[in-house]
Design a protein around this ligand. Structure first.
Ligand code: AKG
Length: 311
């Protein structure tokens, strides 16, 4: 059966099954997640940018690869990748327990050219200096625009490496190749060791990488500069919120004490009323306090400070 029909019939069962694989192996591939014609359209929309973009500089990106970001500025069709409901459900499952909301971390087109060597194996969560192994920071989503094969540089992953954070390198023999066709999608955790593969074929490998991170982290690609209010105003609300036009409770990322979504309104008022955006637990605590219910120590961390710092 067409995977998209199965998903339409039993969305929760399908999501639960892929989520279990993602968390057990550190990655999962969903065949037939998107009509491949959507990918073909994106490929055409990005064609001239692929051609005109210079090769990257530096050993990590790889000097026989091309990359460019800001994809929502370059193709309206990309919105259907970024907002894919099944993907968002899996991302919510992985990141939801560690944040009030998750954000778009980057959109990046990657073209690996013939002759490119394999990339250094790495974990994308290395960008952030917090503790590793206790929480997931990021989910990566790779949508192939050309077939991904072992010969042409398909992403290589180390299954289970998200449980071995102390190991920077693992034997190549333990890796798997994410071979897939356009229309399929690969999801992998920010804690999973992976790399772009070597391209030993005679044609470039193209893919679109979209990643989502915890809503309280600095994003890899500075989304609100890439999509300033004049641009984000034209996006669906859900997309604008993912970019960062939203509050991460309590009160993080505000503009004049309100959600930066206020900047998407046609007339932004000169005087803006600062407004609490608290978690439901904090709100309940305050209500209890107002009703004379609980001692002051219990609300010391109301701004997200720890109790000692706030004392
Ligand atoms: O192109 C790929 O398959 C993976 C790229 C990657 O892991 C990266 O650039 O961080």
């Amino acid at each position: 059966m067409d995977p998209r029909i199965l998903e339409a019939m039993m969305p929760d069962v399908v999501a639960a099954s892929y989520f279990a694989r993602l968390m057990a192996d550190g990655y999962c591939i969903i065949p037939g997640a998107m009509d491949p014609r959507v990918g073909e359209r994106v490929n055409c929309e990005l064609e001239s940018r692929f051609v005109q973009t210079p090769f990257c500089k530096g050993a990590f990106y790889g000097e026989t690869t091309k990359r460019f970001g800001s994809l929502l500025n370059r193709s309206e069709t990309i919105q259907s990748f970024v907002l894919n409901p099944l993907v968002l459900k899996l991302v919510q499952g992985a990141l939801g327990p560690h944040c009030d909301r998750f954000n778009l971390n980057l959109t990046q087109a990657i073209e690996i050219h013939p002759g490119a060597p394999a990339q250094f194996a790495h974990r994308d969560q290395a960008m952030w200096g917090g503790p590793k192994g206790e929480l997931e920071y990021l989910v990566n989503v790779m949508w192939p625009l050309t077939p991904f094969t072992a010969e042409n540089g398909a992403t290589v992953l180390w299954p289970g490496s998200h449980r071995e954070q102390d190991k920077g390198f693992l034997p190549v023999e333990d890796s798997v190749v994410a071979a897939m066709e356009p229309g399929s999608v690969l999801l992998f955790l920010g804690s999973t060791l992976h790399a772009g593969g070597a391209n030993r074929s005679n044609a470039p490998r193209r893919g679109i990488l979209i990643s989502y991170c915890l809503g309280w982290l600095r994003q890899f690609e500075t989304q609100m500069l890439v999509y300033p209010p004049a641009v984000a105003r034209g996006f669906p609300r859900e997309l604008a919120e993912l970019i960062g036009y939203s509050i991460h409770r309590p009160n993080l990322g505000n503009y004049e004490g309100q959600s930066p979504a206020v900047l998407l309104e046609r007339d932004v008022p000169d005087f803006i009323q600062a407004q609490d955006a608290l978690t439901s637990e904090q709100q309940a605590m305050i209500e209890q306090l107002e009703n004379g219910g609980i001692p002051m120590e219990a609300v010391r961390n109301i701004r997200g400070h720890n109790a000692q710092a706030a004392a």
